[in-house]
Design a protein around this ligand. Structure first.
Ligand SMILES: *Cc1c(COP(=O)(O)O)cnc(C)c1O
Length: 333
């Protein structure tokens, strides 16, 4: 009765090793829902990969990884005045903070003289970071600089310009292995931070599925669901595991949603036109429609007459985004 993530362990490990080999200095990113795997699991994988540093997103994520990974932990969200940092000196020594405003580093050093941090450079992302002028005013010892680049565009050119006068270590995102090689100099070590392309770079290693919990045959007009809707025609309702608690939302119908398209859809009188949205659950290769919005832990799906009828306990494929899904179980096969 679960939303299950099945991992082909050999295939995943091979992929992880290949990414580590082709990206020297790799800093795996373990943040949020752990890209679907959980932070604890990613911390153990990073330990197994043998890297010396991982990155977490926020301070609250530190406890999840700190005992499962033995190296340094870079915190990606910049430190802000008032943010407390772990007291335990064994933990504190392993943390690398991110500083994105002039003066913050000084403030942090006043409280913790031996603190380690990197200075964030502003990029075209316009998320966090200091301008070149601001950075120049922060000339004390640090562990390097960090920059976060967009997912598309000429990241190499942007990074080259930003790092032209920097010496030491630079942590970067969204640059390929060859880009990193090209940027590296005798006096500049590039450390690529990678999340998605590391953990989710080989999607064929994963299979996500949900369980069929009930199959109900309905006649036209039969009432069902929280909203007392009526079956528009004879068919079947499937109650399946997986709902809003797993991150399964009501997906907009895929593709073009322009007015003309919607008008045409309405004219055809299809289920979609009457608000029966396409769900991420797939049976026999066909996406099924939600009979009503997903419930907390289950969903009600419409199975048209003529489709093969599943049995209780059968599994449906699920097409989801790993970064927004919570799985009930993760099994390595
Ligand atoms: C999330 C994040 C990354 C990793 O991004 P992916 O696209 O998952 O590789 C790197 N750097 C920063 C600052 C991030 O927030």
């Amino acid at each position: 009765m679960t939303v299950r993530l099945e991992i082909d362990g050999d295939r995943w490990r091979t992929h992880l090793r290949r990414v580590a080999l082709t990206n020297p200095g790799l800093v795996p990113v373990a943040k949020g829902n752990g890209y679907g795997f959980g932070l604890a699991s990613l911390a153990r994988r990073a330990e197994w990969l043998g890297v010396d540093t991982i990155a977490v997103g926020t301070y609250t994520e530190i406890p999840e990884v700190i005992d499962r990974f033995s190296g340094d932990v870079l915190v990606l969200t910049p430190w802000t005045p008032g943010q407390s940092i772990p007291e335990d000196s064994k933990v504190a020594r392993r943390l690398i903070h991110t500083i994105a405003h002039p003066g913050d580093a000084q403030m942090l050093r006043d409280i913790h003289p031996r603190i380690r941090y990197v200075l964030e450079m502003a990029t075209s992302m316009r998320r966090h970071g200091m301008s070149a002028d601001e950075l120049r005013s922060e000339h004390h010892l640090q562990d390097g600089v960090t920059l976060h680049l967009p997912l598309v565009g000429d990241n190499l050119a942007e990074a080259r310009e930003l790092l032209a006068h920097h010496r030491g270590t630079a942590y970067v995102s969204h640059l390929s292995g060859p880009d990193v090689l090209e940027l590296s100099r005798d006096d500049l070590t590039i450390r690529p931070r990678i999340g998605t392309k590391l953990w989710l770079g080989d999607l064929a290693a994963f299979k996500v599925s949900a369980t069929v919990l009930e199959v109900h045959e309905v006649r036209r007009g039969d009432e069902f669901g929280y909203r007392r809707r009526h079956a528009p025609r004879p068919g079947r309702l499937l109650v399946v595991s997986g709902g809003t608690a797993h991150g399964i939302g009501l997906e907009a119908p895929a593709g073009d949603t322009s007015f003309m398209t919607r008008a045409k859809t309405a004219a055809k009188g299809t289920l979609e036109a009457t608000g029966w949205h396409r769900s991420p659950f797939v049976w026999d290769g066909e996406p099924l429609r939600f009979a009503e919005p997903p419930h907390m832990q289950a969903s009600l799906l419409w199975l048209p007459m003529g489709a093969r009828v599943p049995n209780r306990g059968d599994r449906l494929d699920l097409r989801i985004r790993y970064t927004t899904t919570t799985f009930d179980e993760t099994v390595i096969v």
